[in-house]
Design a protein. Structure first.
Length: 105
């Protein structure tokens, strides 16, 4: 009986922590901007033109995500649907982290 009570209390604490630290839509916007800056800082390409094109593509993708995202609030996690470069993208936010889900098309 004590083991059952401990297990239930543990699950309640975990659920409470996930609820408290669930990321918001503004957290998603900040994450997209930060990820875009990191990608632009590590631009691919051998010459300056290729690097500028890579930075432009990254910025355009970032702007498309920010313009089209739809935030869905669940009690302990959040889901964001967005479109960029003609593809549907899905992100899940759990405990202050955002993860991009792979496309299953």
């Amino acid at each position: 009986m004590k083991k059952l009570i401990r297990s239930v209390l543990f699950l309640l604490v975990i659920a409470g922590a996930l609820f408290v630290f669930k990321p918001t839509s503004s957290d998603f916007e900040t994450w997209v901007k930060k990820e875009g800056v990191e990608k632009r800082g590590n631009a691919k390409g051998e010459n300056i033109v290729e690097k500028l094109v890579d930075k432009g593509v990254t910025t355009a993708t970032q702007l498309q995500i920010l313009a089209t995202y739809r935030y869905t609030d669940n009690k302990v996690f959040a889901i964001v649907d967005a479109h960029a470069n003609g593809e549907k993208m899905q992100f899940v936010g759990i405990a202050t982290l955002w993860l991009q889900l792979p496309n299953i098309d």
